[in-house]
Ligand binder design. Structure first.
Ligand SMILES: NC(=O)c1ccc[n+]([C@@H]2O[C@H](COP(=O)([O-])OP(=O)(O)OC[C@H]3O[C@@H](n4cnc5c(N)ncnc54)[C@H](O)[C@@H]3O)[C@@H](O)[C@H]2O)c1
Length: 262
């Protein structure tokens, strides 16, 4: 039985906890949240150790679902101690130095940090295709106009008055992550699997004709080409998070415990 520590107990962490109840190969034995969230998490997960840092012993695997600060605060020390970690906040790796720090901590602990595919698919195909050489990778994120409220998309544009699809950003994944950090997870994941943050083209669209978040990835290279389009349903607990991210995290955990992994 693998003993799992969850870092973060919000929309993703809470859903992962529910899905793993009664799992034959994995048990959530610790939950890590900021000090002010300990009592609430204890009430939702009776019998599980809830703390504001990852226990130094008795943990076989860590799943992070808490954001950039938690990577610095909890994932880096856990890796350095030798505990393997699975990271959901892949957008955090767009920040300068974060990927290098994760790699260095995992090397120091002689362990591994795994980034989940999360809300997007075809990451296996993209990462494999990279070995043969990729010529171009483009990610397009299309969301209803109100999903872009509170972002630079509002500058010089009345999102509520849009009557047709409007491109709000076109540029590199690095620039997209800087300007739209809350939407950085998918672009960062596609970049890390493929051509990197500077050569991955990102287009963000506000579309009054869609009620869903539509992610499209198009790639070309020596392998051939593919185009993937996903219409993800949101999690009720956090409409900004795709439900698929939860399943992606649970799949990553179960693959660590399974005799046959896919
Ligand atoms: N890879 C993907 O495709 C993908 C998709 C959606 C979300 N995400 C990322 O997953 C993360 C969680 O998303 P969510 O929807 O569950 O968010 P959420 O806001 O519902 O939950 C976040 C949780 O993390 C906790 N937390 C925050 N800072 C912490 C810290 N320093 N230490 C410990 N706990 C801390 C909060 O208390 C909360 O319990 C976010 O970083 C988000 O960007 C990734």
């Amino acid at each position: 039985m693998l003993r799992v520590a969850l870092i973060g107990f919000g929309a993703i962490g809470g859903s992962v906890y529910e899905l793993l109840k009664g799992d034959a190969g994995l048990a959530v034995t610790a939950i890590v949240v900021p000090a002010e969230g300990v009592a609430a998490a204890q009430a939702l997960a009776p019998g599980v150790q809830v703390a504001s840092s990852v226990p130094a012993s008795g943990i076989d695997l860590v799943l992070e679902t808490a954001g950039h600060a938690a990577i610095e605060e909890h994932v880096l020390p856990a890796l350095a101690r030798g505990t393997p970690c699975i990271v959901a906040s892949v957008g955090a790796l767009s920040a300068g130095g974060c990927a290098d720090k994760l790699e260095a901590a995992a090397l120091a602990g002689r362990t591994q940090v795994q980034l989940i595919a999360g809300a997007i698919g075809a990451i296996d195909a993209l990462a494999a295709a990279r070995l043969g050489g990729l010529d171009s990778v483009r990610y397009t994120g299309r969301k209803p106009p109100q999903a872009w409220k509170g972002t630079p998309a509002e500058q010089g544009r009345d999102l509520g008055a849009l009557t047709q699809a409007s491109v709000i950003f076109e540029g590199s994944a690095r620039e997209a992550a800087r300007l739209y950090p809350k939407n950085a997870n998918v672009a960062a994941t596609v970049s890390l699997a493929g051509l990197g943050l500077d050569r991955t083209l990102v287009r963000l669209i506000a579309d009054p004709a869609t009620a869903e978040n539509v992610h499209t990835v198009e790639a070309e290279g020596a392998f051939g080409s593919f185009a993937l389009s996903m219409r993800n349903k949101p999690l009720a607990a956090n409409p900004k998070t795709s439900a698929l991210t939860v399943y992606s995290a649970v799949r990553a955990l179960r693959n660590r415990a399974a005799a046959l992994a896919i």
